[in-house]
Write a protein that binds this ligand. Structure first.
Ligand code: PMP
Length: 328
């Protein structure tokens, strides 16, 4: 086929995979939300190059460490993660020639480990399901690596302001622009709290009365004043109130059970053809509960599909996971 190409045209290459992050689509859930007073749209963050919302954060954290002169070619990055951030970092570390050592709680160590190993990452599994042990171990690893004479940098998404900031600058603005400013509420699961804090700040800078709803596991309701416990919703419910979370911004916290999260991820697949992870199922369950309220009539609720359901094919269903005190 003979197609005319303008002489002044430039090829649409991206210079690196990290330049393909963001500008993910916003999709209205017309079937799942049918008949409810409120409307729901999801932002498909699984469309990022490494498959999750954490591409934005990983790239921003590594860019920041580079800009501060902390990383030089061959340096080792050490990071605690329940995995999506690790997978995102592994892609960028590979592309930029850094070594990566990750600490991951054993409860979350599933098929993703194989993916991380494939990407050349050194994986250290820490006991349990909360992030506390993984963070302590990461700190110890940086010291051990540094004392063996190698350059090592700890990148902790749980404390770096770069995490919410990238969501404020990019995720929030994309939601704002794609919804033509119609967004009235934003619902997000809380892991580090980076998404809800950053998107919340960004949206509120445009519209002061945007409602912000945090989602946490019913089995570990720390934001609702309960105690940390085991749950099956990977990526949220870290077992403590994350330091980056701006609780003052949040209007409401909705707790979702493991079963509800799995069931809603499945509904999203069966009714909208969107394959989403378990934490996204929790967010959808919460968004539906909000959309059912009369005060949301005609209003647009936005939530996030953090990653794809493909990443959970070997994740046991909630029934198979014991929880503290035998409760579910
Ligand atoms: N869902 C999944 C699958 C995640 O990996 C994460 C990030 N840990 C979240 C939700 C929560 O996002 P945030 O860390 O920004 O609170």
């Amino acid at each position: 086929m003979d197609t005319e190409i303008e002489e002044t045209a430039v090829p649409r290459f991206r210079g690196a995979v990290s330049e393909a992050i963001g500008r993910t689509p916003l999709i209205e859930l017309r079937r799942l939300g049918a008949g409810l007073p409120g409307r729901i749209a999801i932002k498909l963050e699984s469309r990022n190059p490494s498959g999750s919302v954490k591409d934005r954060v990983a790239a921003a954290l590594i860019d920041d460490a580079e800009q501060r002169g902390l990383l030089t070619p061959g340096s080792t990055i050490v990071a605690p993660t329940s995995s999506n951030t690790g997978i995102a970092m592994a892609h960028i570390a590979a592309a930029r020639g850094y070594k990566l050592r990750l600490t991951i709680p054993s409860d979350w160590a599933n098929e993703r480990i194989a993916l991380l190993l494939y990407l050349g990452t050194d994986v250290v599994v820490t006991p349990g399901g909360d992030m506390i042990g993984a963070r302590e171990r990461a700190k110890a690893l940086v010291q051990a690596t540094a004392s063996s004479g190698q350059a090592a940098v700890l990148i902790d998404q749980f404390v770096s302001p770069v995490n919410p900031e990238i969501h404020r600058r990019t995720t929030a603005m994309e939601i704002w622009e794609d919804s033509l400013g119609q967004v009235s509420a934003f619902v997000a699961g809380v892991g580090t709290g980076g998404t809800i804090t950053g998107v919340g700040l960004g949206l509120r800078s445009r519209k002061r009365d945007v409602t912000l709803v945090a989602v946490e596991p019913k089995g570990s309701p720390v934001l609702s004043g309960g105690v940390a416990g085991k749950h099956a919703i990977q990526g949220i419910g870290a077992g403590f109130v994350p330091p980056l979370l701006r609780r003052d911004l949040i209007d409401d916290v909705i707790t979702v059970s493991d079963d509800e999260a799995f069931a809603h991820a499945h509904r999203l697949a069966l009714e909208e053809g969107i394959l989403a992870g378990v934490s996204s199922g929790a967010s959808i369950a919460a968004a539906l509960a909000l959309a059912a309220q009369k005060r949301m009539a005609g209003k647009l609720i936005v939530t996030i599909v953090c990653d794809s359901g493909e990443r959970y094919v070997t994740t046991p269903r909630a029934e198979a996971r014991p929880t503290r005190g035998g409760r579910r």
